[in-house]
Design a protein. Sequence first.
Length: 295
Amino acid sequence: MGEGRQVGKGTKIRAMICTVVGTIVAAYVLFPFYLVLLNAFKNQSSIVANPIGFAGTSFSQLKTNLVSVVNNTNFNFWYAFGTSAVITVISLFLLALLGSMAAWVITRNNKKKWAVAIYLVFIASMIIPFQVVMLPLISTFRDVGKFVGINMLQSIPGIVFAYCGFGGAMTVFILAGFIKGVPYDLEEAAAIDGCSPEGTFFRIIFPLLKPVITTVTILNGMWIWNDYLLPSLMLGQNGKVKTLPVAVQAFVGSYVKQWDLILTAALLAILPMIVLFLIAQKQIMNGMIEGAVKG
């Protein structure tokens, strides 16, 4: 009895420690977002006087800040929003389509050396830091653009191509783990009925990948939408094509002391992905769990 009580007491202590540590970590992570959200409801003087308190907050001030930011020609919110939306949607479509096709081919040929080599290349690319390849990336895209006669830098097709390259590794890795759990008998039955390999993929395999495709699409979408480094390198901060993060940075440079407008612009940039994550968090977890179990 005594040992049981000691074990139960130790379990409760560990649970309390984990709860305290988790709360501290969550507060640390959420504190920057708290500052952005809170100060979007204030004017400049209130932010300077009390940046972490609720004094000076009002919905009327938030409305004023939103109107000022959206109508500001230096920020050009709707153009940047549309650019980010176009880049994100096209990149996600290509990643989901091409990534699932590549994962299926690699998985079904996993005993062949070429398939294993390609899969290892995908895995290896996941551990290479972006900072290592960013300068060669720019020079390569510049040379390729000159060769094909297309401006790969400062253009939407160029950055979409880059996102497909950098996001393809994780997409193939997660989808391949899921496809391993799909019975091969389904494909054999389709082949017996006269279905072509392309028909087998789009009629049998692709519909089964819906949960995990939803997961990788949301994860890639949050990354592409919020990414700053790659667009700033490829598109430039002074170019005509600007994503929301790049536009916010340029806006900060134009309004260094107007924190009410700066923080409101930052809130507008991150709000769509926060809403998307809150709506689709169950799909993300379910897709990750199914991929892990079936893999």
